[in-house]
Design a protein around this ligand. Structure first.
Ligand SMILES: *[C@@H]1O[C@H](CO)[C@@H](O)[C@H](O)[C@H]1NC(C)=O
Ligand SMILES: *[C@@H]1O[C@H](CO)[C@@H](O)[C@H](O)[C@H]1NC(C)=O
Ligand SMILES: *[C@@H]1O[C@H](CO)[C@@H](O)[C@H](O)[C@H]1NC(C)=O
Ligand SMILES: [Mn+2]
Length: 441
């Protein structure tokens, strides 16, 4: 290991992954935080991806053939205990992942109209922040190598990897060695204690020097021209926060499938979900390349101006592990003067991990985090959440005074404004606003 590399490898803590939470009608589920925390979330995402996305997908015909990969089942014994153990541990098919190795090509998933778009030669630079915890080695390396391969290096300030104190051996010296082969552009930060996804992201962001922060989960593969649309949108408006369309990498086959264009939303449990966009939204001259205004983000993959991220109050550092931070940030963006859009010409594949068993620690962290969102942001609509989650009505959520102060300092609008202007589809089933109803009489 050379000394430059040594210098940039700092000791730290953390990890990360995509933040998407959903309850199904039948059970309360939680999400995942990488292999432990993330799996539940992925499951729900997976269920959704395979219902909502598949349908739209078939209509869109945007999927193309995956380049040939040796992922044949011949030598995989799906009933073997070792296979099952690994599948549970990593939340994905590690046998196929090892066969694919640290680099592969994924099919182009953008609509044809995107191919004609041109982006300025000069754009802000990006720091890519990838937090991980016990991620499968090849999966993590494919994330890094896809960024290195498909990002013009003049826009790539650095890739910052934050290890949230992973335990598996592959992620120690073997990872150091492998990352050295990429040279220069990669910083590896190792947390000294487990911080959870949210604080790990903040640690990554504090080390960044690019103009734009791009957060990626540790089980992603970016697509062609993925970064330019994100940088361009933020260059035009620094209070614009943007997400790519999140394509689906199957957890069992690791096949890459184009996802349909959807928008991010949530319900009164504050569970994230995808909503279909209306067909008229895609009818204009820009067609299916048009940016989609999104009430919420899934959380794992987005780009934000670095100074704006700081100005806006980063994340709530008192949130634990993962979950709820995506809804909190979404509300903060919209209510405090920013905007949140999904850009269909930017595509990033993401492995929808299999479900993990419910872990009490995760459940506890999620409830805690959601309560902090509710008490800071939901105003008189809090009761809608407690109507869904009565057991949380008197549960503790720590000290929120800093976040309440932040909301005041930023001069943020009311949750009522958000409902009226950004997310009218969220049916306010508890009518606290009599005046508004009277206006219709
Ligand atoms: C795919 O890999 C398996 C195990 O590594 C090997 O036995 C098989 O021959 C390979 N198939 C092809 C078509 O390369
Ligand atoms: C591999 O196995 C899975 C699960 O049993 C099955 O769905 C899939 O079709 C198989 N793929 C091939 C190429 O045989
Ligand atoms: C909550 O935190 C603020 C500072 O962030 C502090 O001034 C206040 O005393 C705390 N409240 C309680 C009850 O600990
Ligand atoms: Mn994820």
């Amino acid at each position: 290991m050379n000394s430059t590399m040594k210098n940039i490898i700092a000791q730290c803590v953390v990890c990360g992954s995509l933040a998407i939470g959903l309850w199904t009608a039948l059970l309360i589920a939680y999400f995942h935080y990488d292999q432990e925390n993330e799996q539940l979330r992925k499951t729900q995402e997976f269920i959704r991806a395979n219902s909502v996305r598949k349908n739209v997908h078939q209509q869109n015909h945007v999927s193309k053939k995956t380049p040939k990969q040796n992922t044949s089942n011949d030598t995989i014994d799906f009933s073997a205990p070792e296979f099952y153990k690994e599948f549970k541990q990593y939340g994905l098919n590690a046998v196929i992942s090892r066969r694919l190795g640290i680099r592969r090509e994924v099919p182009e998933s953008r609509d044809k109209i995107c191919h004609q778009k041109h982006y300025p030669a000069y754009l802000p630079t990006a720091s890519i922040i990838i937090c991980f915890y016990n991620e499968e080695f090849n999966t993590l390396l494919r994330t890094v190598s896809s960024v290195m391969t498909l990002t013009p290096h003049r826009f790539l300030e650095e890739i910052i990897l934050v290890d949230d104190m992973s335990e598996i051996d592959d992620l120690k010296e073997k990872l150091d060695y492998q990352l050295e082969l990429f040279r220069g552009k990669i910083k590896l930060v190792r947390n000294k204690k487990r911080e959870g996804l949210i604080r790990s992201r903040m640690i990554g962001a504090s080390r960044a020097s690019g103009d734009i922060l791009v957060f990626l989960d540790s089980h992603c593969e970016v697509n062609t021209v993925w970064l330019e649309p994100l940088l361009h949108a933020i260059a035009k408006d620094h209070k614009m926060v943007v997400c790519p369309v999140i394509d689906v990498i199957d957890d069992k086959t690791l096949d890459y499938r184009a996802a349909p264009i959807v928008r991010g939303a949530f319900d009164w449990n504050l569970n994230f979900r995808w909503d279909n966009v209306f067909s008229y939204e895609l009818d204009g001259p820009e067609g299916p390349s048009k940016p989609i205004r999104s009430p919420a983000m899934a959380g794992g993959i987005f780009a934000i101006d670095r100074h704006y991220f700081n100005e806006l109050g980063q994340y709530d550092k008192d949130m634990n592990l993962w979950g709820g931070e995506n809804v909190e940030l979404s509300l903060r963006i919209w209510m405090c003067g920013g905007q949140l859009f999904i850009l269909p010409c930017s595509r990033v594949g993401h492995i929808s991990k299999a479900q993990n068993l419910n872990k009490p620690a995760l459940e506890k962290a999620l409830s805690w985090n959601l309560l902090r969102v509710v008490h800071v942001w939901l105003d008189e609509y809090k009761d809608n959440f407690f109507f869904q989650r009565p057991s949380l009505k008197y549960a503790s959520y720590g000290n929120i005074s800093e976040r309440v102060q932040l909301r005041k300092r930023l001069g943020c609008k009311s949750f009522q404004w958000y409902l009226d202007n950004i997310f009218p589809e969220l049916e306010p089933f508890i009518h606290t606003d009599k005046k508004k109803r009277n206006n219709f009489l």
